[in-house]
Design a protein around this ligand. Structure first.
Ligand code: GLN
Length: 547
């Protein structure tokens, strides 16, 4: 039976609960324990798949095809444990399960209520896989006191009671605001937020206090006294220059020790932090830098491309260089010359995206990279745009486009080089879709195998010809155009095992131009940079030396 750590937040949102949970997971691993991390989100969407990236940041996709909160990306990047469908749940999912059971008659005529039916559903979710790991870390989204969060707080309270004593602890993140005028760190908001937790029956064992200033001993004692926690369990969380310093920083502040103490695990196994020391060293000690443009649509909210940004950082770590990312809005040069906006970067990345807005700009970015021989990595939509550019400007298909945009506009303006994929194979099964399918959860999602062409650039980059990568798309490059495009010089260097779905394209007479239908960024880790990102940054470095 796993030990459970429930992570909640108070005072304000965006305190970095996800990061703290991920770093704690990494520290427990460093002490030899196995961990699994979970996120419980109070919003009513069934999953974040249908939410705009502007609203909620990136959608993180798991191997088993779940569209989840971006915090699962942090968990995976810090622990290396692949996130699963059963690691992410929302109120929407919980209620939809409960209502489905009600309709089926599973509750045998009972009146369905938040307590116990909704809370039981949450508890069932929490218990899945509890015999597989030493520690289960469960983060509750939002802030204590939020109306939607209440059933989750009630459920974790009950859960800790149902389990044997000492099997569950509560860790609460708060903020200590600094008042410059009086030169003081204020503890009152933390006290109030702990009161709020206590009023629903939860007494935190550990307080993680975000602070811009060092926390004086006196304040620490005050927090301990008023919030009813041990002084050693008041852990400081200071701002860091890199998120990858978090495991070392939290260890320095005694978080992992406080957790083991709270469970009464003594003597505590000694931690081996060498992996994180190396990671941090690679960030701290760099030699040179590269400037990479991300040409996208959701550029005002960096969280929309969270995993890409992180994977580029990992690529920099692999080469010991600093990667400077410039966010370039593709829409700006939809109708204009792209060159003034793209000149001077050492590499261009066009990420995934949905909808037509900005796509003409992305096509121009692909053209710019191809003709100027600048390294280009196209991810999902970024690959589709590169193929359309090749079709229009090299293969002579002037009206090439994607069916996605014709669907939106209700017109037929383009030759569908990229078409709506309605049938594919998953394992041994055929999956089918229709044009009028609901939007949620109907894309080609999760891990699929691909076979790489011997002697291709990607086979060299991956160091092999069999890969599996995560997907999230509805549209697909049509192999009908393969011959035409290949004779124009665009090699289809990665295909689905049945040879029907193009997974990777690359320009042959170009130093580094690769488009992938999947999302390699989702599998990159600071301690294991994804080969495509490591090599893309290397190519950018080569390009920087030519300037
Ligand atoms: N909108 C495109 C599709 O559905 C690309 C998706 C993506 O970039 N993730 O195929």
């Amino acid at each position: 039976m796993a030990r459970y750590i429930f992570i909640t937040g108070g005072v304000v949102s965006s305190l970095g609960k996800g990061l703290a949970s991920a770093a704690l997971g990494a520290l427990l691993q460093a002490r030899g324990f196995s961990v699994r991390l979970r996120k419980l989100d109070p919003y009513l969407n069934v999953d974040p798949g249908t939410m705009s990236p502007f609203e909620h940041g990136e959608v993180f996709v798991t191997d088993d095809g779940a569209e989840t909160d971006l915090d699962l990306g942090h968990y995976e990047r810090f622990t290396g444990v692949p996130a699963r469908m059963s690691d992410s749940v929302s109120s929407g999912r919980i209620y939809s399960n409960v209502l489905e059971k009600e309709r089926r008659g599973d509750y045998l005529g009972k009146t369905i209520q938040v307590v116990p039916h909704v809370t039981n559903e949450i508890k069932d979710f929490l218990a899945v896989g509890d015999d597989e790991v030493d520690f289960m870390l469960c983060e509750i989204g939002g802030t204590v006191g939020d109306i939607e969060g209440l059933p989750f707080f009630e459920a974790i309270r009950q859960f800790s009671h149902d389990r044997p004593r000492g099997q569950c602890i509560f860790m609460h993140l708060t903020l200590l605001p600094y008042l410059a005028a009086s030169g003081e760190l204020k503890t009152k908001p933390t006290q109030h937020s702990v009161k709020e937790l206590q009023s629903i029956g939860i007494a935190p064992d550990i307080l993680v206090c975000r602070s811009e200033q060092p926390i004086p001993e006196k304040e620490r004692e005050k927090i301990a006294l008023f919030c009813n926690v041990r002084k050693e369990a008041v852990v400081a969380a200071y701002d860091l220059s890199s998120i990858y310093e978090a495991p070392l920083a939290y260890h320095r502040e005694g978080l992992d020790q406080a957790v083991l103490d709270a469970f009464g695990i003594s003597p505590a196994p000694r931690p081996d932090l060498s992996k994180w020391e190396d990671v941090y060293d690679r960030i701290l000690n760099t030699d040179g830098e590269v400037n990479i443009a991300i040409v996208g649509k959701y550029t005002q909210l960096e969280d929309a491309y969270k995993s890409i940004k992180e994977a580029l950082t990992h690529g920099g770590m692999a080469n010991r260089v600093k990667v400077n990312v410039a966010w370039v809005d593709a829409e700006v040069f939809d109708q204009a010359d792209a060159a003034p906006y793209l000149e001077g970067y050492h590499a261009i990345l066009v990420p995934g995206g949905f909808g037509e807005r900005g796509t003409e700009g992305k096509i121009k970015a692909a053209e710019f990279a191809r003709t100027r021989k600048i390294p280009y990595l196209g991810i999902c939509l970024g690959m589709q745009m590169a193929v359309i550019e090749a079709a229009r400007n090299v293969a002579g298909l002037a009206t090439a486009g994607s069916e996605e945009f014709d669907h939106e506009a209700g017109k037929k303006r383009f030759e569908p080089v990229v078409y709506h994929l309605k049938e594919w194979v998953q394992g041994n099964q055929k999956v089918t879709r229709r044009s009028d399918d609901a939007k949620g959860g109907t894309m080609r999602l999760g891990a699929y195998d691909a076979v790489l062409k011997d002697g291709s650039k990607v086979a060299e980059v991956y160091g092999g010809t069999a890969i599996d990568e995560r997907h999230r798309h509805r549209y697909e490059v049509d192999i009908k155009y393969r011959e035409k495009l290949e004779s124009a010089g665009l090699c289809f260097s990665g295909m689905s095992p049945d040879g029907r779905l193009p997974e990777i394209v690359e320009w042959q007479d170009h130093p580094w131009f690769i488009g992938v239908q999947f999302h390699p960024e989702l599998k990159s880790k600071p301690f294991a940079p994804h080969p495509l990102f490591a090599d893309f940054v290397r190519a950018a470095l080569d390009a920087s030396r030519l300037v």
